[in-house]
Design a protein around this ligand. Structure first.
Ligand SMILES: Nc1ncnc2c1ncn2[C@@H]1O[C@H](COP(=O)(O)OP(=O)(O)OP(=O)(O)O)[C@@H](O)[C@H]1O
Length: 317
């Protein structure tokens, strides 16, 4: 595929379930060979978008092209050029890792010998060589996820869809998964991943699209998005509501969150700015329980654009 033709192009994509408009005019374009992260809170419509782009469900309106073939017109050719992993695990836990991969090669008409060779290559690429002869049912969660992705690559797809690839993984397996995704991009594959984790989008993506209310509310590189928020903030947590309100009265620029008894005060994180904040609440009757300085990250972008509260998204683990 030429680098100038987008690997995925979506214009005005709409999808409704009954009365609920899930996608209300989604537009995005993913250059070949890049990593695109679709970021959104629970229920934002990420999986719906992936299911449409991977031909699994129909859509109501819009223009969609994946790997050079349009939908809904040409689903067979789209399916030939893509792979999907994540919530549709294809691993047979009764077979070994090697058998799973070889079987898939044969199903893809690679022939026995080439299927075995491809299986060995992928076991090596995914650090599973030592476990190739073990039953997949005995693999750890991280190993299963790796085998799942390896299986999706048997037929050398142009575009790989990873739906929430690290949900439920421990931190070590998460980092392993990230290095696998980086390795994949080095081999020229286009990756479309969905995530609720802002740090994951920050780590992996060339472009991040923030999905909210069925549309992209922002799109850009992680750095471009971070520039959308002018600065970071200082967070001050108090023991009770009375203390919070007392401090808030001295800091009119603060955003007060009564649920977590915290004030967020815009700050560039420099010493004079922090000192000015602390001076403002220099009242012996106010006790700050916790104090933290927060430089801008994708969390801030997300909050600024969607107004979502912290519990909606899990960004720091
Ligand atoms: N088959 C379906 N029938 C009816 N409603 C559905 C169906 N699939 C999804 N929805 C609804 O569409 C909305 C978007 O769901 P979707 O699974 O795409 O969100 P998501 O962003 O992937 O969320 P999560 O991060 O929780 O997986 C949700 O409100 C969900 O309840």
């Amino acid at each position: 595929m030429s680098g100038t033709i987008p690997a995925i192009s979506v214009r005005g994509l709409r999808k409704r379930y009954g009365d609920q408009q899930v996608l209300g005019g989604l537009d995005l374009s993913v250059p070949a060979g890049s990593v695109y992260a679709l970021l959104g809170a629970n229920g934002a419509g990420k999986t719906t978008a992936v299911r449409i782009l991977t031909t699994l469900i129909p859509f109501d309106a819009g223009e969609v092209t994946v790997a050079g073939h349009s939908l809904p017109g040409d689903p067979r050719n789209v399916r030939r050029r893509i792979s999907v992993t994540g919530q549709y695990a294809a691993v047979d836990t009764l077979l070994t890792g090697s058998e799973n991969l070889t079987l898939l090669g044969e199903l893809n008409h690679l022939g026995r010998k080439n299927s075995r060779r491809r299986a060995d290559e992928l076991l090596h690429q995914f650090n599973l060589t030592d476990f190739g002869d073990k039953r997949a049912g005995d693999y750890s969660g991280g190993m299963l996820r790796r085998l799942d992705i390896a299986m999706s690559l048997v037929a050398r797809p142009d575009v790989v869809f990873l739906d929430e690839p690290t949900t439920g993984l421990d931190p070590r397996s998460r980092h392993e998964m990230w290095s696998i995704v980086r390795g994949l991009t080095a081999s020229g594959v286009t990756i479309f991943l969905t995530t609720q984790y802002l740090d994951e989008a920050d780590e992996l993506a060339d472009t991040v699209g923030v999905l909210s209310g069925g549309r992209l509310v922002a799109e850009g590189t992680p750095d471009e998005l971070k520039r959308l928020v002018p600065g970071g903030h200082v967070a001050l947590q108090f023991e009770n509501l009375a203390q919070l309100d007392l401090a808030a009265a001295s800091l009119p620029q603060a955003h007060s969150n009564a649920e977590i008894l915290t004030l967020h005060i815009p700050s560039d994180g420099t010493v004079p700015s922090i000192k000015a904040i602390l001076d403002s609440i220099d009242d012996p009757s106010i006790t700050v329980e916790k104090f933290s300085v927060h430089t801008p990250d994708l969390d801030d972008v997300f909050f600024a654009l969607t107004g979502s509260g912290q519990p909606e998204i899990a960004s720091v683990r």
